[in-house]
Ligand binder design. Structure first.
Ligand SMILES: [Zn+2]
Ligand SMILES: [Zn+2]
Length: 210
């Protein structure tokens, strides 16, 4: 079965997700924004083998620890979409503007595009390019389990902010309506901050989508 363990990291309490297959123990670390020792401790506790790092987008709270995690686990950084290169190249500068240290620019080994397919053990994930919160934001969807790694596109009762560099409110609304709201109500998602939700719950109650 596909399992998930969430590790909140950084001052932004970003939900770094360790997603793994409990048969093969194959795992990926999604959005290691920082505190890589803390992530590594949970990985060791779970007894899983990290096979890759996936990034939903290039913001510092999601990608600031990616290079350290790459060293820690000896794996590649996959994603986000190349439109986020400017964000990933400037993580250290962005961190300095928040007075944060220990975050590093990230250089993905592979960029992702709409329709790409990734896997954890035998579990396949479809890649959706969902710009708006960040230009290269991608979302990972496992259709077999109706499970989504949402990043900062859609939250319980809210949507991603669009006032940061590269943000675009209309593009975000279009991404949500064209790529996320086309999924069934019972798709569950975890997001970059705060509590998980479902597509159906947001369709019926999210004030930004009415
Ligand atoms: Zn973000
Ligand atoms: Zn975030």
């Amino acid at each position: 079965m596909l399992q998930i363990s969430i590790v909140p990291v950084t001052e932004f309490q970003q939900n770094c997700s360790i997603v793994y297959d409990d048969q093969s123990n194959a795992a990926v670390v999604v959005d290691p924004g920082g505190e890589v020792e803390k992530i590594a401790a949970v990985v060791a506790e779970l007894g899983v083998t990290v096979e890759a790092i996936w990034l939903t987008h290039g913001h510092l709270d999601h990608a600031g620890g990616a290079e350290a995690a790459k060293q820690q686990f000896g794996v590649e950084i996959i994603g986000s979409h190349i439109a986020d290169k400017i964000l990933l190249d400037n993580i250290e500068m962005a961190a300095a503007s928040y007075g944060l240290t220990g975050m590093h620019n990230a250089s993905p080994d592979r960029w992702l595009e709409e329709g790409d397919s990734l896997s954890i053990g035998e579990h396949k994930f479809e890649v959706l390019h969902c710009p708006g919160h960040a230009p290269g934001h991608v979302v990972f969807v496992n259709h077999a389990n109706k499970f989504i790694l949402m990043g900062d596109v859609l939250f319980q009762g809210s949507i991603g902010r669009t006032d940061l560099p590269g943000g675009n409110h209309q593009a975000l609304l279009d991404s949500i309506s064209q790529k996320i709201m086309t999924l069934d109500d019972d798709y569950q998602f975890v997001c970059g901050h705060s509590a998980p939700s479902t597509v159906g719950a947001e369709r019926s109650t999210n004030p930004y989508l009415q």
